[in-house]
Design a protein around this ligand. Structure first.
Ligand code: FAD
Ligand code: A2P
Length: 394
């Protein structure tokens, strides 16, 4: 129970110290953070005021005389340090993140009528022996184009030829798997992670292959590829370097997360030094289907305090009920820690991959939230409003 005179400490960045005059008490640290003490009864009012003044609440902790340990910028990776307190309200806290903080996000530089014709620089298999299906990592040369993009965006690919009605094939979207700097870090390439669509025709039983995914998976080095875009603002990373980033992927849904992880850990550019916690849940059928396995595990070994990697290998591992291990079961297993993280205003959750996974994730989150007497659908709505819940499924 929270009594109205119980005190909480807000850690706020982006506020001018003068603007805290109205608060009960505050102190400014060298880091630039302002610490404001707020009674429970005034929390919502104070959050709104901070947001109005352009500040971001990066941490909230109860002041019990005995301080609760919390996740902090100096120890971001140790999620066991997150406060055990339930949320004082059922509303997610913190700043409403605009979808695009940066007005310079490139969009539709190339449209379907005038695509950029790039060249295939490489086309490598990502599925090891014994895995299921074909998934390729493709790199295209953008030299001579104006095509710039940022992590979390997609590009369109127009396959050659015509459709069943004799009209030119339409573009298909693919999540970009490289950072803005490209795999060669020369700002001149874009990478994709493409699964060849293959299914049996429901009536004839005949094997059918997807038009565009087959075109891409069969490209030879030097072949032309018609590229449009970039598009998408749903899956952009927040600019805060101490954000927590929860990533939930199935199959090729790993693509944007590869870009995030390279930006966070591998590239270490001057303009972005990630200090938060990144936690990837990755659902795949077999170990041989763990796309980018070596890269992921290397990053995990190099950054054990900031990067957690949790696989759900559906056809090799079993859930608690003896069924297939899906990512939602991993979410349930880690419900307490995840719930504590998700409540922090600096935590963003990203979901990418199979459309069918959304229902399962909701079930997992529902049971995680219920443990703390929180109604997940209501809470999720608020997270979406705050742009802290990002979904791209297909
Ligand atoms: P098509 O020839 O267009 O065939 C698709 C059609 O086949 C479907 O519309 C459906 O009618 C039919 N079909 C499919 N499966 C079955 C089935 N089991 N039974 C009966 N009919 C079926 N894909 C990736 O591989 N990697 C990515 O990173 C990626 N990112 C995406 C990002 C976004 C934002 C979106 C919207 C999609 C993304 N996709 C991605 C999917 C991609 O756009 C294509 O949809 C996919 O490659 C299939 O295109 P295709 O041309 O090969 O198939
Ligand atoms: P499975 O195919 O064993 O049912 P890929 O794209 O490489 O096939 O990987 C997709 C992964 O997502 C597989 O492990 C697949 O399991 C799993 N999957 C399929 N349907 C769902 C679902 N509704 N929720 C979560 N995971 C799913």
């Amino acid at each position: 129970m929270y009594t109205s005179n119980r005190l909480f400490q807000f850690e706020v960045v982006g506020l001018n110290p003068g603007s805290t005059a109205q608060t009960q008490s505050c102190s400014v640290r060298q880091s630039g953070s302002i610490f404001i003490t707020v009674p429970y009864a005034r929390m919502n009012q104070e959050m709104r005021r901070i947001s109005r003044l352009g500040g971001t609440i990066v941490n909230i902790q109860p002041l019990d005389g005995q301080r609760q340990p919390t996740a902090s910028a100096s120890s971001p990776g140790s999620s066991t340090q997150v406060s055990m307190q339930p949320a004082p309200t059922q509303q997610p806290q913190g700043k409403i993140h605009p979808k695009s903080e940066d007005t310079k996000i490139p969009v539709n530089t190339y449209r379907p009528k005038t695509p950029f014709i790039g060249k295939c620089l490489s086309n490598e298999p990502l599925v090891a022996e014994g895995g299921s299906g074909i998934v390729q990592h493709l790199v295209f040369d953008l030299a001579g184009s104006d095509l710039k993009y940022i992590e979390g965006q997609s590009i369109g690919i127009i396959p050659p030829g015509t459709d069943a009605k004799g009209k030119p094939n339409k573009l298909r979207l693919y999540s970009i798997a490289s950072t803005r700097h490209g795999d060669n870090e020369e700002d001149s390439t874009v990478s994709l992670c493409v699964r060849q669509l293959e299914y049996n025709h429901p009536e004839t039983g005949e094997k059918v292959y997807g038009v565009c995914s087959t075109h891409l998976c069969n490209l030879n080095v030097g072949d032309d590829v018609a590229i449009t875009g970039p598009v998408g603002k749903e899956m952009l990373l927040p600019p805060e370097e101490d954000a927590n980033i929860i990533m939930i992927a199935t199959g090729t849904g790993i693509a944007p997360f590869r870009a995030y992880l390279w930006r966070m850990f591998k590239e270490q550019h001057e303009d972005y030094k990630f200090r938060g916690l990144a936690w990837l849940f990755f659902g795949i059928p077999y170990t041989a289907n763990i796309l980018y396995k070596e890269e992921l595990e290397k990053l995990q070994q190099e950054f054990p305090n900031n990067f957690r990697l949790t696989y759900a290998i559906s056809r090799e591992q079993q859930n608690a009920e003896g069924g297939k291990m899906y990512i939602q079961h991993r979410i349930q297993e880690n419900a307490d820690e995840l719930w504590k993280l998700i409540q922090q205003p600096k935590t963003h959750t990203y979901i990418c991959g199979l459309k069918g996974m959304e229902g399962g994730i909701d079930e997992g989150m529902y049971s995680a939230a219920s443990k703390f007497d929180v109604d997940w659908p209501t809470y999720q709505k608020e997270l979406k409003k705050a742009h802290r819940w990002h979904v791209e499924t297909y």
